[in-house]
Design a protein around this ligand. Sequence first.
Ligand code: PDD
Length: 280
Amino acid sequence: RTVYVNGEYLPEGEAKVSIFDRGFLFADAVYEVTSVLDGKLIDFDGHAVRLDRSLKELDMASPCSKEELLEIHRKLVELNGIEEGLVYLQVSRGSDGDRDFVFPSEDTPPSLVLFTQNKPGLADSPAAAKGAKIISIEDIRWGRRDIKTVQLLYPSMGKMMAKKAGCDDAWLIEDGYVTEGTSNNAYYVKNGKIVTRPLSNDILHGITRAAVLRLAAEAQMEIEERLFTIEEAKQADEAFTTSASAFVMPVVEIDGVQLGDGTPGPIAKRLREIYLEESR
Ligand code: PDD
């Protein structure tokens, strides 16, 4: 694999970042994941705008222009022959060569790393055909989940808890309400109405969420953005998640309770179809 690090395209084994990099020592870094279908980037603009916002919220310098970022994305997709897959991008605050809680001076260059992940069959996924089983766990993440930082230890632990329980993923609960999935936004459907948590600092403002809600509205589906409990979701007709890495993923079981007939619901399937159609 050819990867990108701070201005250079290199074989992955030769790419290096300092051990003092604040992304490594303090999780002082933000990231984006953009999907690739038929060799084309999906919603690059949305990801670029969110990246810019994450950087601004953390007073982090932008590593390069949006045009340069697009160029790097495209070049990596081409060099690695990605037809279906992902481009991962990370910007960290860099380092002035030591460990210090205080941010380094403003002229310290941020560090920019990108790599591709080849995922043939991403669109035509057997996992999506089957639907996901999820568990619910407490949301103990920090209070700025709208910023896409690389603090992903707890989401990783959540996925491991799900795996140990024989499930695929976890939804997070705060003050009795579902915030989102470990790496996706969460929805349920009851009597044809789609329910999802409104945007705030409590959840990531998903790029796929924005696209799917727009498509749902265009398809005359009813949408309600409000807080909801896991109990409501368990009594739903169907449920699903959205993310750049899995598009629309039907959910067929929550905490051992089967939704509907235990297969992906019609609205989740339809949204997945129209999302993929529109993206291609
Ligand atoms: N995760 N919520 C969280 C906590 C996420 O980490 C993500 C994305 C989303 C969905 O956002 P989007 O639709 O923009 O991908 C919601 C990425 C895919 C990841 O961590 O791999």
